[in-house]
Design a protein around this ligand. Structure first.
Ligand SMILES: [Zn+2]
Length: 181
C-alpha cells in the first residue's frame, strides 16, 4: 500500500499492522503526528509516525516500535471493549494502565513464540519511565498500579533470566527521548 510510507522497513511492525487491519482496526502511517509522537490513537484508529519507521532513529529500533504499536492497540481495545464501564474508559490512568498491560501481555506472548526483543524493550522503558519522575500524574498512577501487578514482576524476572542466558541488555544512545511509552 503506497500510503504505508516506510512501514515495510520494519517487518515485525508491518505484520502487526496487517493483522490489526485484518481484524477490522484502522492503522494510519502518518508523516505528521501531533507533537511528532511515534504513536497515537483516536477512537478505533492507531497512528504511527512515519519518521520513526524509517529505522534511522537509534533511539527507536524496531522492537521499540513494536511496543509503541502494542501500547496504542491496548488503548484502542480498552476503549472498544463492551465489558469496560464508560467511567473507567474516561479515566486517563485506567486507560494508560490498560495500554501498558496489553503491551506487556503481548510482548510476553511474542517471547513465548521465541521473540524476546519486545519484552526486553517494554521492561526497560517502563522501568525507565517509572523512575524518571517526569510523568503526567495519570501515567505515574498507571505505572504504580502496573508495577504492583504479578504480570510486572513475572516480566522483570523473565528478562533477568534472559540476561543470565546471555541475551544483551538494552543499550540506549544518548540524546533526546520521547518521555512516554
Ligand atoms: Zn498511552
Amino acid at each position: 500500500m503506497s500510503d504505508d510510507l516506510h512501514l515495510s522497513a520494519m517487518p515485525k511492525v508491518q505484520r502487526l499492522v496487517e493483522k490489526a487491519r485484518s481484524d477490522g482496526y484502522t492503522v494510519i502511517i502518518s508523516k505528521q503526528i501531533i507533537n511528532n509522537e511515534p504513536g497515537y490513537y483516536k477512537g478505533r484508529t492507531i497512528f504511527l509516525g512515519d519518521n520513526y519507521l524509517k529505522g534511522e532513529n537509534p533511539k527507536f529500533p524496531e522492537d521499540r516500535m513494536v511496543v509503541v504499536f502494542l501500547h496504542e492497540m491496548g488503548h484502542v481495545k480498552f476503549q472498544q471493549s463492551p465489558y469496560e464501564p464508560n467511567e473507567l474508559k474516561s479515566n486517563r490512568a485506567a486507560d494508560e494502565l490498560a495500554a501498558f498491560m496489553y503491551s506487556l501481555n503481548e510482548s510476553n506472548r511474542m517471547a513465548d513464540e521465541g521473540d524476546h526483543g519486545p519484552l526486553m524493550m517494554a521492561v526497560h522503558y517502563i522501568t525507565k519511565r517509572a523512575q524518571s519522575g517526569r510523568q503526567l500524574p495519570a501515567y505515574q498512577q498507571a505505572l504504580d498500579t502496573l508495577m504492583g501487578a504479578p504480570l510486572w514482576s513475572e516480566s522483570v524476572a523473565r528478562v533477568e533470566r534472559l540476561k543470565l542466558q546471555g541475551v544483551p541488555d538494552i543499550t540506549e544512545p544518548q540524546g533526546w527521548d520521547w518521555p512516554r511509552m
